[in-house]
Design a protein around this ligand. Structure first.
Ligand SMILES: Nc1ncnc2c1ncn2[C@@H]1O[C@H](COP(=O)(O)OP(=O)(O)OP(=O)(O)O)[C@@H](O)[C@H]1O
Ligand SMILES: [Mg+2]
Length: 228
């Protein structure tokens, strides 16, 4: 579903943000991406959604070699990828409904289809009753869930999240993670960049760790020692 083969990314004038990174993520997997600040997590996500291009190596997403995708094909590529940011980037002058409807409007869905899909997405994140609210009237966790509804409203096969729980307390973070887990149960491939080690440990999923641009760990975390 997502495969990196010997990928390097060097920003203009900078050092290597990613060097010789190889991995494969299969359909329906949920994988955490961790590592210190500046390790290359966001860069790796940007290569998948083609916000950046690899300097060398191969990035294959959804069966497509992204190197061969010209600029004109990028919007179509992104339609297959839902993206959740830490600062959720909601439009504060539009209602919850309008925020979630945005990707569908861009993709040219009709009004009726849009309504059906937006309400289904809001229902999934438990915010159907707030569709007419402005984001300012919602809590941080609710705003984050609107961001998630917007990311999944198009039913993308891939979901990327960059520090989706960065601003949330532990209870809300756990709630958001449960949501992601539910999506993977219906086959969505999910990659979540996160600093939150306690949360990652609890989730018991595959973890990829970056260190200064190199992939230094790619496995499930070892099980806890049984209490004596
Ligand atoms: N547009 C850019 N131009 C030049 N250098 C960049 C650019 N974006 C990121 N970098 C550099 O690439 C490296 C990796 O950055 P990246 O944002 O991928 O790290 P990160 O793991 O997401 O960090 P954080 O946890 O702080 O979000 C850093 O050294 C950063 O300074
Ligand atoms: Mg980052």
């Amino acid at each position: 579903m997502i495969s990196f083969s010997h990928v390097c990314k060097r920003y203009p004038g900078g050092k290597d943000a990613l060097s010789d990174v190889s991995f494969e993520i299969h359909p329906g997997e949920l994988v955490f991406l961790t590592g210190h600040s500046g390790a290359g997590k966001s860069t790796l996500l940007k290569l998948i959604m083609l916000m950046e291009r690899a300097t060398s190596g191969q990035v294959v997403v959804n069966g497509r070699n992204t190197q061969r995708l010209g600029r004109a094909k990028v919007p179509h590529h992104r339609r297959h990828i839902g993206v959740v940011f830490q600062n959720h980037q909601l439009l504060f002058d539009r209602t919850v409904y309008d925020n979630v409807a945005l990707p569908l409007q861009i993709a040219g869905f009709g009004l009726r289809d849009t309504g059906r899909r937006v309400r289904a997405a809001l229902d999934k994140v438990g915010l159907l009753h707030k569709e007419k609210h402005l984001p300012i009237a919602l809590s941080g966790g609710e705003q984050q869930r609107v961001g998630i509804a917007r990311a999944i409203v198009n039913k993308p096969p891939i979901l990327l999240a960059d520090e989706p729980t960065g601003n949330l307390d532990p209870a809300l973070s756990a709630e958001i993670m449960n949501l992601f887990e539910q999506f993977t149960e219906v086959g969505v491939t999910t990659l979540i960049a996160s600093h939150d080690h306690a949360l990652i440990k609890r989730m018991n999923k595959r973890v990829m760790a970056l260190q200064e641009g190199s992939l230094v760990y790619d496995d499930f975390l070892p099980a806890k020692e049984p209490a004596q």
